[in-house]
Design a protein around this ligand. Sequence first.
Ligand code: LLP
Length: 407
Amino acid sequence: MPNPTHIQGVSIAALADEFGTPLYIYDGEKITQQIKTLQEAFGGVPLKIKYATKALSNINILKLIRKAGAGVDAVSIEEVRLGLMAGHQTDEIMYTPSGVGFEEIREAVNLGIMINLDSLPLMEEFGEVYGGSIPACIRINPHIMAGGNLKISTGHKESKFGISIEQLPQILHTVAKYKLNIVGLHIHTGSDILDAEVFLKGGNVLFEAAIQFPELKFLDFGGGFKVAYKPNDIATDIVEVGSKVSVAFQDFCKRYGKQLELWLEPGKFLVSEAGYLLVKANVVKESPSVTFVGVNSGLNHLIRPMMYDAYHGVYNLSNPDGKKAKYNVVGYICETDTIASHRELTEVRAGDLLVIKNAGAYGYSMSSNYNSRMRPAEVLVLDGKAFQIRKRENFEDLIRNQEIIDF
Ligand code: LLP
């Protein structure tokens, strides 16, 4: 992974001058390219990509994704609305809730959006209200431990997500009871999954369940492809996954007696590497054991390092040829918000611009106003031009919904 000074010919330093820091920057070309790569890797099957909107939910990103031929996986009614605002057709959006209230389900159905039913009680209620009149999908928990760490493993036995594969008899009973129109089955086992075998294993669970559902149109394998965060990280070999899963899938379709669609829900794979968080060094502070670089950002803008011990590459844009030294890059939040620990960087001076890599996925979308700080602006580089796609928040934004009462 190179340390770019330019994105599609646009100077990152010039973006700092124009839009200020901290700043999220997205390379639109990279996102489009990732979609193409995925489409090619799964070229042997009828593929539908449903982008995991939660990774990066700016409406312009959703528009870009639509133009590149992918749809949307939404995990809240708000994400459904964002998808619609970005121009996705209702049949290009799936709503995958996790234990939400039925009023949200009703709202999504009224909008014409397919629901991924994630619990037996929801199947019951859905059946009571709609019977078999509305096509739906079922999210199965396949009991597969996968993913980079337990916090992002979503398909193991003790995970809250989906309906346990061991409860297949109850699922089938509920489907029969309400004559539910089940057109898809879904799994998502986790995030940061390296191994093609995990997707094959998940596929086998889907196939065994699918045989019991005669009216299926698709099987959804979820997302979770690993991208490279560290310099020597190996990413999921998408070509290998694509070819192995496609072969298994086509074999199954023969057994099933009908050509189904294969759905995928990548988040990180599409947007992680396309995103950069540009920050400024406020202070370089030497202590007896560590040299700290304090930047004008922190866990309020990028929480992944603190929440998952995630590694994000960092480089000094302002002094690429400086002498190398080790630094702890830390945020300005009143918490221990270490962005990079004992990291070798070229010499950092106060005022230098640092770039944090892999900030596209779960960066801005997991940001907050903690410490009463404002969120950064977002810029999308498209066709060699930079567009601000979200303004930097200001103090008025911060207090907008507070009501100051007299007492
Ligand atoms: N589909 C479903 C149902 C999901 O829950 C997720 C992620 C995805 C697809 C996309 O997974 P991806 O391709 O991005 O790995 N915030 C964590 C990741 C949590 C992911 C939650 N679900 C992180 O920053 O590592």
